[in-house]
Design a protein around this ligand. Structure first.
Ligand code: ADQ
Length: 464
């Protein structure tokens, strides 16, 4: 019998990975922005998470892990290719990120997107109790709110978009633009990372469907749909506790030693994604080495690039470009036994990431466009020692809040170089001052506060 919940999260992925241990196969909580954000909320509300468990074919039976119920939705190999790699990651992802890569539009992908969204909506309708709250996540599931409302008008439906929402001119390129917009308008509350994104959305509703709005509330046939900005954050306390452990402290020291105790360690940590500006960051570093404004071994760079969406063409091309640039820099500037760039195409544990943050003098977060960017916030929270400096792109959502970082325009190579050099040479007193202000902000704006603020706007009473 299906267990029904009064609180349901619907997201493309379940927050778990299947791993092999000496005891056989088992499920583990997976790392990543969204999981970190929603896990505490679900535990608190005894909720169910509906999502894809990874793998193709039949889905596993619903199960429980770390205090939350998981309800897997199956995907076939063909759906994975068309709905996930195609529609979601080769059409919508680039289009919503300012078309920094050209979006690819294909009819058969669209049909799969529709079918899979319907399956997620059906699953949510099945597990949601009468009058429950359902919180749908992100760009892969934009049709779900309307599909769900159609079946279950009793539900309270929220939607949160983790990536940017484009201006009207760009959104209008989407062949199924009205369908997507209507899908989102099925929610009672549509949340965005930025105020500007929420504005794009309400204006689009008028432009495309002729709907009236007042402030951030759109009138959809007499039903109010609210749009709003809810900048996501991180579990600040968890990060602060982690960097305070002797293990992480020792590991950070060890990392510095392994890198040859350089004066300046410059760090980048991203999914290997073309929106993250990894190439332009490497290029800025190379030019500074060529100008002799930085030298090896006094300065070294560490770039962690988590493998991501490896079957999507844009991503394969990016990997080749990044690895070529790393090879070029090391060819020109490394010394025997001392690479200029340490490139790590790997996933890491949270504690190893924390140690890297602690070891780095300058963190570079330079996306061409990013909904928020949690790495920037993690770095700031990790530096409870108030050391370190953050170089941050103005095009990351995080730039609205982290004003004391070294902000730069990633489209301007000289601006990026200038911000990096200023961060490398900042006086320790000034660096600490900046860090302290940003840390104070994050402590009062952490992920729990984010979820609380979204849910209370949606009208969910606390402890429901
Ligand atoms: P992402 O594009 O995935 O998220 P980001 O916000 O930076 O980007 O989150 C990445 C997360 O993965 C961070 O928590 C980071 O610590 C972790 N991570 C990165 N590299 C790792 C590695 N090698 N090993 C282990 N963990 C690693 C999307 C949007 C963002 C938005 C988030 C949340 O694109 O703009 O901030 O959702 O809303």
């Amino acid at each position: 019998m299906t267990v029904r919940s009064s609180f349901v999260v619907v997201a493309n992925r379940l927050p778990v990975d299947e791993v092999t241990t000496s005891q056989g196969r088992e499920w583990r909580r997976s790392p990543g922005g969204l999981v970190t954000a929603l896990h505490p909320v679900l535990v608190e509300h005894r909720g169910t998470w509906v999502g894809w468990a990874g793998g193709t074919g039949d889905a596993p039976e619903p199960f429980e892990l770390d205090g939350i119920r998981l309800h897997p939705v199956p995907l076939s190999a063909e759906e994975l290719e068309r709905y996930y790699e195609g529609s979601s990651n080769a059409t919508i992802w680039p289009l919503y990120h300012d078309a920094v890569e050209t979006p690819v539009f294909k009819r058969r992908w669209r049909e799969a997107y529709r079918m899979v969204n319907q399956r997620f909506a059906d699953a949510a309708a099945e597990v949601a109790a009468e009058g429950a709250t359902v919180w749908v996540q992100d760009y892969q599931l934009q049709l779900v709110p309307a599909m769900l409302r159609e079946q279950r008008p009793d539900l309270r439906i929220g939607f949160f978009l983790h990536i940017p929402f484009p201006p009207i001119e760009l959104f209008m390129q989407m062949p199924v633009r009205a369908e997507i917009l209507r899908g989102l308008l099925g929610a009672d509350l549509v949340g965005f990372q930025q105020r500007l994104a929420a504005q794009n959305f309400v204006r689009l509703a008028r432009h495309l469907l002729g709907l009236r709005y007042e402030g951030q509330v759109i009138d959809v046939d007499g039903r109010p749909v609210r749009a709003g900005a809810f900048p996501i954050s991180i579990d600040v306390k968890e990060m602060e506790a982690m960097v305070a452990t002797p293990e992480v402290q020792a590991r950070a020291k060890q990392i510095r030693e392994e890198l040859g105790n350089p004066k300046t360690i410059i760090l980048g940590v991203d999914r290997l994604d073309y929106t993250k500006g990894i190439e332009l960051r490497l290029k800025a570093f190379r030019e500074l080495l060529a100008d002799r404004k930085l030298t090896v071994p006094e300065a070294v760079m560490v770039q962690v690039a988590t493998p991501s969406r490896e079957r999507v063409e844009h991503y394969q091309a990016l990997r080749v470009k990044v690895e070529r640039e790393v090879g070029r820099i090391n060819g020109e500037f490394a010394k025997v036994g001392v690479p200029a760039v340490h490139y790590l195409h790997q996933s890491y544990s949270r504690s190893e990431l924390a140690a890297l943050y602690l070891a780095a003098d300058v963190m570079m977060v330079t996306p061409l466009r990013d909904g928020m960017n949690l790495v920037a916030k993690e770095y700031v929270a990790a530096r409870a020692d108030t050391g370190g400096a953050l170089v941050l792109s103005e095009f990351a959502g995080a730039a609205t809040e982290l004003r004391q970082s070294f902000l730069c325009n990633p489209h301007d190579p000289d601006g990026v170089k200038d911000a990096l050099i200023r961060a490398v040479h900042v006086e320790p007193v000034e660096a600490r001052r900046r860090m302290r202000i940003m840390q104070r902000h994050l402590r009062s704006h952490d992920v729990r506060q984010w979820a609380k603020s979204f849910l209370s706007t949606l009208g969910v009473p606390e402890n429901e």
